[in-house]
Design a protein around this ligand. Structure first.
Ligand SMILES: NC(=O)c1ccc[n+]([C@@H]2O[C@H](COP(=O)([O-])OP(=O)(O)OC[C@H]3O[C@@H](n4cnc5c(N)ncnc54)[C@H](O)[C@@H]3O)[C@@H](O)[C@H]2O)c1
Length: 375
């Protein structure tokens, strides 16, 4: 069975994925490239990685490299993805896919021409909470979906320069993706309003006057959803959450990112809609479909106990982004080897990315309704 040579670009958040690739049974080696040579060496030596690169060009000239995983600053994603695909490499990209519709089109063109895999590494689709919600929906417990809500509140003050003043909806995939997956249909139209006032210094880089943006989405199957993003000067605890309202039961994410889902059941409410039963729902650990060697990465550092693996995997604290990282790596690797579309494929990635970019365009146009193109 073929094993993959993978190179990860960007040793910030990207470092979290290095040990997962290193320990994946279908990965021959994981290499690293970061323009900050010192940071690269530190990240690599800590994990015993020896395959380091001096430039992106060098990565794409290495004949042993099958796939590239991009975790660099946002303005670089599009160009690096296009170059990877054009060089015949499979490409995983952290979010967002691109900051422009033309950028999305360029990635689609490069993917179609190369025939290589492109996967958006959207963490929110593999959190324990989302996998739990998906299971409850698929088993019929929620009934018919009637309405969806997504949110991402995060203050990006003091983050690297390219974040400063970013239009909130340019980084909306964490809020859009869970609800788009649950809706099961393409986002067809968006209407969005910008809200609040941002200090002038934050308006320079992107010409964006809005610290907060709130949008309404219309899906092709008639469902509607509300999506809200805040990025600057808005006091709110960090949360990447979703709410799904069904005809039988609904799920809402608690107030904080670490909170459990809250389930409301309609069935046993009294006949005038009061006394609706509400319960907190602990989302079970999700690791059983992963190779044993990477299951530990669903857990927070220090939570895995070699002497009691099953116990620690099922009871330990979830790792980064609620245990999603090894699922993303496994899906990317297996989709390449099985020569199939990844679970977060190009069409889905384009749709949620374009909905965010055009939501901001709508906000700048005072709330104009905009159609999301097909790609
Ligand atoms: N939940 C998620 O999916 C999630 C979470 C955090 C960050 N992200 C995404 O990950 C990306 C990186 O975020 P971060 O917090 O690690 O940022 P960061 O700025 O801390 O790290 C980026 C790294 O990329 C390196 N770099 C810069 N230019 C490069 C180039 N041309 N080639 C290779 N490396 C280069 C930098 O030296 C740095 O080490 C961002 O685009 C962000 O959107 C996604």
């Amino acid at each position: 069975m073929k094993k993959l040579g993978v190179v990860l670009c960007g040793a910030g958040f990207g470092s979290a994925f290095l040990p997962i690739y290193r320990d994946h049974p279908d990965v021959k080696f994981v290499g690293l490239f970061d323009t900050d040579a010192e940071k690269m060496k530190q990240a690599a030596s800590h994990l015993g990685l020896t395959r380091l690169y001096g430039s992106y060009r060098e990565v794409l000239s290495d004949p042993e490299v099958d796939a590239v995983h991009i975790v660099t600053p946002i303005p670089l994603h599009e160009e690096q993805a296009v170059l990877a695909l054009e060089s015949g490499r499979h490409c995983a990209s952290t979010v967002p896919m691109s900051m422009t519709i033309d950028g999305i089109r360029a990635i689609v063109k490069a993917q179609k021409e190369s025939g290589k895999t492109y996967m958006l590494m959207e963490t929110t689709l593999y959190t324990r909470q989302f996998l739990n919600a998906w299971g409850l929906y698929a088993s019929g417990e929620l009934g018919r979906i009637q309405l969806l809500r997504g949110c991402h509140y995060q203050d990006m003050e003091n983050w690297p320069e390219h974040w400063m003043g970013l239009p909130p909806m340019y980084y909306a995939t964490h809020a859009m993706s869970p609800i788009a997956r649950l809706a099961g249909a393409r986002i067809e139209r968006v209407v969005c309003y910008g809200s609040g006032q941002m200090r002038p210094a934050l308006r320079c880089r992107y010409g964006n006057p809005f610290p907060a943006e709130t949008a309404l989405l219309r899906f092709e199957n008639g469902l509607a959803a509300e999506v809200t993003r805040t990025l600057f000067e808005t006091a709110r605890a960090y949360l990447e959450g979703f709410n799904v309202y069904g005809s039988r039961a609904s799920l809402e994410w608690g107030f904080r990112d670490a909170d459990d889902l809250i389930m409301t059941r309609l069935e046993s409410a009294d006949h005038r809609g009061f006394g609706t039963p509400v319960q907190t729902l602990r989302s079970p650990a999700a690791y059983k479909n992963l190779p044993e060697s990477i299951r530990r990465y669903t857990l927070a550092a220090g939570s895995y106990d070699e002497t009691q693996p099953e116990k620690s995997l099922s009871e330990g604290a979830a790792g980064g982004h609620h245990g999603s990282h090894p699922h993303l790596v496994h899906e990317f690797v297996r989709s390449i080897l099985e020569e199939r579309e990844p679970a977060i494929g190009l069409e889905f990635a384009c749709n949620v990315s374009a909905a965010g970019i055009l939501a901001h365009a709508s906000a700048l146009a005072g709330g104009k309704e905009i159609e999301i193109p097909r790609f």
